[in-house]
Design a protein around this ligand. Structure first.
Ligand code: PEP
Ligand code: MN
Length: 264
């Protein structure tokens, strides 16, 4: 069902208020790895507004490699974030980690993100197939393109056709970067599927000073959107600071993403 053979027209995700994730458009999604505090949310929202970025990313449930690391503010953080973001006209994309969170998060998110560690959580995908809310599925840590499409098929076949695919890098033998951003996946996914494809250069390369060029490479590869991490003071971020852009870098990137897209 997610194949171009089944549906020729590209799927367009309408988030309301004129905000889309779709082919022929360039969705810029930016925000911190983790939602940390009211003060932080306000600062990021001001930054996004100043740069005409309409979708804010951030985690309130964080899948951390260590159980002792910061694991997110949870539902109370999401409610606060939603209140501030909706006042500012900003849409929210955030990760849902388990089935029991779907219902409680439902009214406070615009896009559910399925993280790379949950790409093959088939119970979660089944449940997301039943909701009327867009879902962005990230490629698994060691997942193939085919496996990502099969995960999307779970949600789509459950009845939820509001789906977005995300290339966020895969684990390879290469240790010089956090992950290997597989830009090959972009044209392949666009060719095989009618779903919009987003690139995450932050997790894809994992090194702040290289995020910019990989984001632009993602645009040229044919992505319909770019999602990246930004924070007022990346060194102080509760998670993923090493790959997080400061606001000046983010402003520059957002404008270059748009210029690059216009040239494509
Ligand atoms: C994130 O978006 O912060 C995240 C945890 O991403 P991923 O699931 O791709 O590792
Ligand atoms: Mn992160």
């Amino acid at each position: 069902l997610v194949s171009r053979k089944w549906k020729v027209n590209p799927t367009s995700i309408d988030l309301g208020d004129g905000v889309y994730i779709k082919e022929g458009d360039m969705a810029v999604m930016a925000g911190p790895c983790s939602i940390e505090s009211e003060e932080q949310i306000v600062k990021v929202i001001d930054h996004l507004k100043a740069n005409n970025i309409k979708i804010m990313r951030g985690g309130v449930y964080k899948p951390r490699s260590s159980p002792y690391a910061f694991r997110g503010l949870g539902i109370e953080g999401l409610k606060l974030w939603h209140e501030l973001a909706s006042k500012a006209g900003i849409k929210i994309i955030t990760e849902v980690m388990q089935v029991s969170q779907i219902e409680e998060m439902m009214d406070y998110v615009d896009v559910f993100q399925v993280g790379a560690r949950n790409t093959q959580n088939f119970n979660l995908l089944d449940e997301l197939g039943k909701v009327d809310k867009p879902v962005m599925i990230k490629r698994g840590i060691s997942g193939t393109i085919e496996e990502l499409l099969q995960s999307a098929e779970y949600v789509f076949s459950g009845g939820n056709e509001k789906l977005i695919l995300c290339e966020r890098g895969i684990r390879t033998y290469e240790k010089a970067t956090r992950n290997t951003l597989d830009l090959n996946a972009v044209p392949v996914l666009k060719d095989k599927s009618h779903l919009p494809v987003v690139v995450d250069p932050s997790h894809g390369i994992g090194i702040r000073k290289f995020v910019h060029q990989m984001a632009l490479a993602g645009v040229m590869a044919g992505a319909d959107g770019i999602i990246y991490e930004t924070h007022e003071i990346p060194e102080k971020a509760y998670s993923d600071g090493q790959q997080t852009l400061d606001f000046a870098q983010s402003s520059q990137l957002a404008s270059q993403i748009r210029k690059t897209f216009a040239m494509r």
